[in-house]
Design a protein. Structure first.
Length: 199
């Protein structure tokens, strides 16, 4: 799915008009609840068990980040090989969440929802599923990180009860060997770490 304004892959959906946009064309501005349309989507959440589901995650990862390896919490993760859940609507993967266990925590390594389905509760349902698994295992907290430019992700996680507890300056810039331009033309430099205490 391409951005409505260029040939780049779309990774966001405008909450007002529904157009799909890439990070370059995403503009951040306040929107009141009355102007935000929530799409009604029928979907199911299930644990990843098949190669076809892993291939769907691979396509999503390429679309959203362009690489299968994610640097998070000073560790490199192969997103495709991690335990994961997928959201399926109309027999296709519309979102996924990959995670890793570490000590007494679960690290959410990657979460992606196709732009067409953003704002319909898919991301929240995927987080809820991982949180339920963490509680079944007796895990004490969930961890997630995001880049300093990704204000939509930062707002999303905080709405779900995550709190920023650490900032790792320049980690992302060092990984790429340069400062990239991110959402709203913000420079991508830092990793913001968030946690949610479960007990």
């Amino acid at each position: 799915m391409n951005c409505e304004y260029c040939a780049n892959e779309a990774i966001y959906r405008c909450s007002l008009c529904g157009k799909t946009v890439c990070a370059e064309h995403l503009k951040l501005r306040p929107v009141c609840p009355a102007c935000t349309k929530q799409a009604e989507t029928a979907y199911t959440i299930s644990r990843v068990t098949s190669a076809s589901e892993r291939n769907a995650i691979r396509r999503c990862v390429k679309q959203f980040w362009g690489e299968e390896e994610q640097l998070s919490f000073d560790r490199k993760f192969d997103v495709i090989g991690l335990p994961a859940y997928v959201a399926k609507g109309r027999n296709q993967v519309i979102g996924f969440i990959s995670f890793a266990e570490a000590d007494d925590t679960i690290i959410i390594v990657a979460l992606g929802v196709q732009p067409k389905y953003q704002g319909s509760g898919v991301g929240t349902s995927l987080i809820t599923e991982v949180e339920a698994e963490a509680k079944r295992q007796g895990t004490s907290k969930l961890l997630v990180s995001t880049s300093n430019d990704d204000l939509p992700a930062l707002a999303f996680y905080q709405r779900l009860g995550f709190q920023i507890y650490e900032v790792k300056p320049n980690v992302i810039a060092e990984k790429h060997g340069k400062i990239l331009e991110g959402i709203g033309e913000l420079p991508i430099r830092d990793e913001l770490r968030l946690q949610k205490i479960l007990r």
